[in-house]
Every structure is written in C-alpha cells, then in structure tokens.
Design a protein around this ligand. Structure first.
Ligand code: NI
Length: 164
C-alpha cells in the first residue's frame, strides 16, 4: 500500500543533510519512490526529493504534466552547466517552505545524467520547467534550499514565520 510521508519543514536541520548515492535498485527503493510520488500528489507539488521525507538517498520524484499523470523518477541525478551566461528566472515554491514563492535565477542550459528505478543510465539536455525543477530538487539532495539564494534578511523573515 502506498503511504503518505511526513515532509520536513524549513528550518529543520535534517533538510541540511547531504544524501548518499543509491547503490541498490531493489523493492525498497521502488516503495519509497511510490510513497514519495503519492505524497507529492497529495500536497500538490511538482517535485519532491527524498531528503524532504527524511530519507537521505539520491532520489527525486517529479510530475510536470497538467493532468498529473506523467511521473518521473531520477536516481543519482547530476548535471553540468553548459552555459553560465544563459539563465532564467522562475517563481519557485517548495513543499518544505509552504506559503512562500520566490523568484530564483538559475542556469537554463544543463546536461543532465541520471538513473531510473532499475538502474539504467539516461542522459538529456532538458528544456523548460524541468531544467529549473531538477536543479531545485538536486539542491535538496545537497542539503541546499531555495531560501539560500535569497538575502539573509529575507531568509530570516521566512524562518521566523515558519517557526511560529
Ligand atoms: Ni523544494
């Protein structure tokens, strides 16, 4: 049975852990992935990293489709920035920072490599929202949050509001 998982909220220090590489492509990985997907759909998110549900392995689930029926799974994802001067800005949100949307600027030309749930390797140069979203989620695996891109003043204001 799929299970809804508890999402860690900023400023929980567990969100700062660096996730470990996945080496076993077994049933427990698939179970975690489907529970994460279920949790993401329940919370109306478009992406979720394992770090956010207190599992510190390099796994990300995502669905950018309008009908919410095109799940994507990224295991051990990594990317190279192809052009540091080509960027785009997008108003990002995060299930671990509810109620805050902030405009973040990121490189928009990347070369992405990842594995699927069976361990097969894939490579792509993503376009559009996927480019932004995958960088946001990979940041989570590194213990980094979108508030880290804001001024410390703004970050403290968000921390205070969410700590209440
Ligand atoms: Ni997030």
């Amino acid at each position: 049975m799929t299970q809804k998982l508890k999402i860690l909220m900023f400023p929980d220090p567990k969100l700062r852990k660096v996730a470990k590489k996945v080496t076993k492509f077994d049933k427990s990985l698939q179970n975690l992935a489907s529970n994460m997907l279920h949790t993401m759909y329940e919370e109306n998110g478009i992406g979720l990293a394992a770090t956010q549900v207190d599992h510190h392995i390099r796994l990300i689930v995502m669905d950018l489709s309008e009908k919410r029926n095109e799940p994507m799974f990224f295991v051990n994802p990594e990317y190279k920035i192809l052009d540091n001067h080509s960027t785009c800005s997008y108003e990002e949100g995060c299930l671990s920072i509810p109620g805050f949307n902030e405009e973040i600027t990121r490189p928009d030309k990347i070369d992405l490599k990842w594995q699927d749930l069976d361990g097969n390797t894939h490579n792509d140069k993503p376009k559009g929202l996927l480019t932004i979203c995958i960088q946001h989620e990979i940041d989570h695996l590194e213990g980094k949050l979108m508030v880290d891109y804001l001024s410390s003043l703004k970050r403290d204001r968000i921390r205070k509001k969410l700590s209440k």
